[in-house]
Design a protein around this ligand. Structure first.
Ligand SMILES: CC(C)(COP(=O)(O)OP(=O)(O)OC[C@H]1O[C@@H](n2cnc3c(N)ncnc32)[C@H](O)[C@@H]1OP(=O)(O)O)[C@@H](O)C(=O)NCCC(=O)NCCS
Length: 180
């Protein structure tokens, strides 16, 4: 499926109904977890976190399609030797079920292989562009289920190449450095 380039905007309390209705799981446990998080917890967490830290929820809306993708990032702490840096945690990213795999023909390919830009790829691009407006060290981290092949492929594509164990064996941490 081809889509017009979506508008991106910060989501807030007025978007609770759209988030509650957001469906992104095809059935595996790790996609159910993401769907539950977005539909039941994300806005509560945002309203809690933003009083304490820099936390953002971003939605993508192509003309006449409503909310087709949701992502969130927040400030994180990374240690570089003895120095503690404010970095970024990519908390979640998901494309609605009907739009998974959809591409944006009006966006120039972003990667050297010239692959058409998918909605998932564009979502991460938008999140990283928003992160770049913050005063943070350019280190970005995500936690991904080891079984989530699509998410791991997307992490590799966007530059989260490094990998380390997570405290929970079912997950792995992916991180990358995004120098301007
Ligand atoms: C993960 C997600 C955001 C990707 O969005 P998308 O628009 O479907 O993205 P793409 O079509 O670009 O696919 C992403 C990559 O997965 C690959 N892929 C597709 N099906 C796959 C499969 N079954 N196994 C492994 N990789 C697969 C694609 O080829 C692509 O990799 P490439 O760019 O190297 O070719 C989307 O699938 C989603 O919302 N999943 C459910 C929620 C979720 O798991 N979110 C991630 C954790 S927060």
């Amino acid at each position: 499926m081809e889509l017009p380039t979506p508008a991106a905007r910060y989501l807030g309390g007025a978007d609770r109904d759209a988030l509650a209705a957001f469906r992104c799981s095809r059935g595996p446990w790790y996609e159910d977890d993401v769907e539950r998080f977005i539909s039941q917890r994300l806005m509560d967490r945002h309203e809690f976190r933003r009083t304490r830290a820099d936390h953002a929820v971003i939605g993508l809306e192509p003309p006449e399609h409503g909310l087709v993708a949701v992502g969130a990032h927040e400030e994180d702490l990374t240690r570089d030797g003895d120095v503690e840096l404010t970095s970024t945690y990519l908390e979640v990213g998901a494309v609605s079920l009907a739009m998974q795999g959809a591409v944006l023909p009006d966006v120039e390919p972003l990667d050297p292989d010239g692959k058409p830009v998918s909605l998932g790829r564009w979502l991460i691009e938008v999140l990283l562009a928003d992160v770049a407006t913050r005063e943070r060290a350019p280190v970005v981290r995500a936690v991904v289920a080891r079984e989530n092949g699509r998410s791991l492929a997307l992490c590799s594509r966007v530059g989260l190449h490094h990998e380390r164990d997570d405290a929970d064996d079912r997950f792995v941490q992916r991180w990358g450095v995004f120098e301007a």
